[in-house]
Ligand binder design. Structure first.
Ligand SMILES: C[S@@+](CC[C@H](N)C(=O)[O-])C[C@H]1O[C@@H](n2cnc3c(N)ncnc32)[C@H](O)[C@@H]1O
Length: 378
């Protein structure tokens, strides 16, 4: 175990102010199972590491600043290859540190965490605030049980509840702070209702468009029950179970036409796709890599077609775009790109959100008086 007060949760990661002892005394490795899947973000791949076969590799991954998948396909996955969908993980230590810094806790505060996962974050909170101040909710009973085992081995006993975190934990509130460690499409009203006025919520939020790329949002609850705050940075999280994004429909046999487009909007780990999601309703986006370029896929989630913008090294300037079905997705995408550029190519930290007392969310650019997205009813 690292020495007390060392303050470095992983290679090159600095614990936020006030969190040095917690990070030094509560190592992530103590919360990881023998088989883990560190995410190689450069190659977008997952390599299976088994502590029994490769103890040094396992320790290096556990102590790295990489996110580590601990469950695929809600536990149904078996075998060596990665599963279809990562459904539980330990986030990268630098992101855990950033979220705890944003949470801005002080002694005596009560915190609710949604998404217990491995239990590491709950253990950090319990170390800082006291176990009796921390409640964490996990939807997957097997994940919750493993987290409780790890917590007990570390002598840490925050309250671990099994259930749908969308309901919060009304019987244990109100809370001063809420931290959500799964991606959210709609903010459940219960969360803000269970925070005290002036309380803070830190959560990853996004539209279905950019799928696993969300932005970290920090909301402050106002005395009238509404909440408001700004986005902080791009983040990647697995989705809350009930709010998982639908798989893009595979539309067969749609008529298509090819066009040549001079513009190629930025893709991947870039703020633009997040902004595009505020403009393109009921649409999703994916990027396919080739040896010599990329394809940007756009899908109409209502089943009205798809668009593929293809850029290959040998094609020269511009891209070929194939649009299938009635919805001109590429045109909408280029309109969104023009809008984003006209706004000065903002990063996500120029965006904020207001959640009205009714629960309806509005995203704005720079000021609440400049809305750019309103939550659809329902
Ligand atoms: C990224 S992991 C959480 C990481 C965790 N905080 C840690 O320290 O290891 C996301 C977790 O959220 C859980 N989850 C998904 N939907 C949920 C829901 N509706 N309520 C509670 N937990 C949920 C998943 O099962 C998964 O374990």
């Amino acid at each position: 175990m690292p020495p007390s007060g060392a303050g470095a949760p992983a290679a090159g990661v600095q614990a936020p102010a006030g969190w040095g002892d917690a990070f030094a005394e509560v190592p992530r490795a103590a919360f990881l199972p023998p088989v883990i899947w560190p995410h190689d973000q450069a190659g977008e791949t997952f390599a299976r590491v088994d502590a029994r076969l490769d103890p040094a590799g396992w320790r290096a991954a556990a102590e790295s600043d990489l996110p580590v998948v601990t469950q695929w396909d809600d536990g149904a996955h078996t075998g060596e290859a990665p599963g279809r969908e990562a459904t539980s993980s330990a986030s990268r230590p630098s992101l855990v540190a950033a979220m705890l810094a944003a949470l801005d806790v002080a002694p005596g505060m009560r915190v609710l965490e949604i998404g217990t996962g491995t239990g590491w974050n709950a253990a950090l909170l319990a170390h800082r605030l006291g176990a009796d101040r921390v409640t964490t909710v996990e939807i997957d009973p097997a994940v919750a049980e493993a987290a409780e085992r790890s917590l007990a081995l570390m002598g840490s006993r925050p309250r671990v509840l099994v259930g749908d975190g969308a309901a919060g934990a009304p019987e244990h509130g109100p809370f001063d702070r809420l931290i959500v460690t799964c991606g959210v499409r709609r903010i459940p009203p219960a969360w803000l209702e269970q925070l005290v006025p002036g309380g803070l919520a830190v959560l990853p939020w996004g539209t279905p468009f950019s799928r696993h790329r969300d932005a970290l949002l920090r909301l402050t609850v106002r005395p009238d029950g509404a909440a408001e705050g700004r986005f902080l940075s791009l983040v990647s999280f697995m989705r809350m179970r009930a709010q998982r994004d639908a798989s893009p429909p595979r539309s067969a046999e749609l008529p298509f036409h090819d066009i040549r487009s001079a513009a190629w909007p930025p893709h991947g780990w870039h703020p633009f796709p997040f902004f595009a999601g505020l403009r393109l309703r009921d649409a999703a986006y994916a990027v396919q890599r080739h040896d010599d370029g990329h394809t940007q896929w756009l899908y109409d989630l209502a089943g009205g077609g798809w668009t593929a913008g293809v850029r290959r090294g040998r094609v020269g300037p511009g891209v070929w775009v194939r649009q299938a079905g009635p919805r001109p997705l590429w045109d909408e995408y280029l309109d969104a790109y023009a809008w984003w550029r006209a706004a000065g190519q903002p990063d996500v930290d120029r965006l904020g959100m207001t959640v009205a007392g009714s629960g309806r969310a509005t995203v704005w650019l720079d000021e609440p008086s400049h809305p750019v997205w309103t939550e659809p009813p329902g």
